[in-house]
Design a protein around this ligand. Structure first.
Ligand code: MTE
Length: 324
């Protein structure tokens, strides 16, 4: 497929954000410890945005949740000062610097519809849903298809618990997710050539795997908007575009969902998108990844290092294009 309006993140990463711009910004952020401080003057011409919430967050008392020691890391956690200002959230633009624009998203009230092949279809307010399933914290690696990576503490619950809560019917084969659609607040959604709303999906087997996670928080606090508040998916063994943000709908279905990027560029982005260093993206290598917040490049791992937990999901699917 010919991608006429090529999104920034499908060009080689080094071209996407000049490293000197990115690393200078990071050094500055580190210097002032700016995240969450309000407006911070940082010298001539430099002002850093705060990430103020809409008002008192009624879920604050749920954080921090107890960390589950089974989900730990062999690399350093990427600082919040780095990950909160380097995001992919095309609803707010195709740059990494959407954190300011994303503050326009109103996350209260936030309704989530659960429908399709379920016994308990419903539309539920996020503040109710988040109290139905106990929260826990997990440390996960995250690998973007653009070959950058981070490691963060997510708070949330297993996707399997949400699927069970929905009451899956026997014919359900896939779980499909949808992001909000509101071009009044999300200027990126005025880019009419994209197939809004953002959609992603997994098989029921993937959804029930212990690694599939629904995040409502990060760094021991509710999600900031740029991370996909108030509720997002986290699939650490897949390229990051599968981890859909700001979910408003979960549908159990027997039809394989076509994801946002799969529909934009099916030759480059597929349904499975499992991380594999030996399968290059059509336009760049996936052999190594850059760790956000450092100058280091490290080898990429099969299934992003989670092969032990997830490889068995794919043993009967060898005819599929599992790594794109
Ligand atoms: N979800 C929505 N709705 N819109 C997006 O543009 N970008 C994806 C994913 N989820 C995206 C999304 C991509 S490409 C990545 S790498 C991750 O979000 C980035 O998550 P982060 O900004 O919290 O690091």
């Amino acid at each position: 497929m010919n991608i006429i309006h090529r999104p920034e993140w499908i060009i080689p990463e080094r071209e996407a954000t000049p490293e000197d711009v990115f690393f200078n910004r990071r050094r500055f952020m580190k210097g002032v410890g700016a995240v969450g401080l309000g407006l911070v003057a940082g010298g001539p011409g430099l002002v850093t945005r705060a990430f103020a919430q809409d008002g008192p967050d009624p879920t604050l008392n749920l954080y921090p949740a107890t960390r589950d020691p089974d989900f730990t890391l062999n690399r350093a956690i990427t600082p919040e000062s780095v990950t909160s200002v380097y995001n992919n959230f095309y609803e707010f633009g195709s740059q990494k610097t959407i954190s300011g624009a994303a503050q326009a998203l109103k996350i209260r009230p936030w309704a989530i519809t659960i429908d399709g092949m379920v016994d308990n279809p419903q539309t539920i307010d996020f503040d109710d849903l988040v109290r139905k399933i106990p929260l826990q914290e997990r440390l996960y690696r995250h690998r973007c298809v653009e070959a950058w990576a981070m490691a963060v503490p997510w708070t949330g619950f297993p996707l399997a618990d949400l699927v069970k809560y929905a009451g899956p019917q026997s014919g359900a084969k896939y779980v499909r997710f949808e992001t909000f659609e509101d071009s009044d607040v999300a200027s990126g959604q005025r880019q009419f050539w994209y197939p809004w709303p953002y959609v992603e999906g997994v098989t029921m087997d993937e959804a029930m795997n212990e690694m599939a996670f629904i995040a409502t928080g990060i760094y021991g606090k509710p999600l900031l908007k740029q991370y996909g508040a108030p509720i997002r998916l986290v699939l650490p063994w897949k390229y990051g575009f599968k981890s859909i943000k700001s979910i408003v709908k979960m549908t159990l279905t027997d039809q394989r969902p076509v994801g946002f990027w799969e529909s934009v560029g099916p030759g480059e982005y597929g349904f499975w998108a499992n991380v594999n260093p030996d399968v290059p993206h059509p336009r760049w290598s996936q052999a190594t990844e850059r760790l956000l917040g450092t100058d280091e490049r490290v080898p990429t791992q099969l299934f992003n290092g989670y092969a032990e937990q997830v490889a068995s999901l794919y043993t009967d699917l060898q005819g599929e294009n599992l790594y794109r």
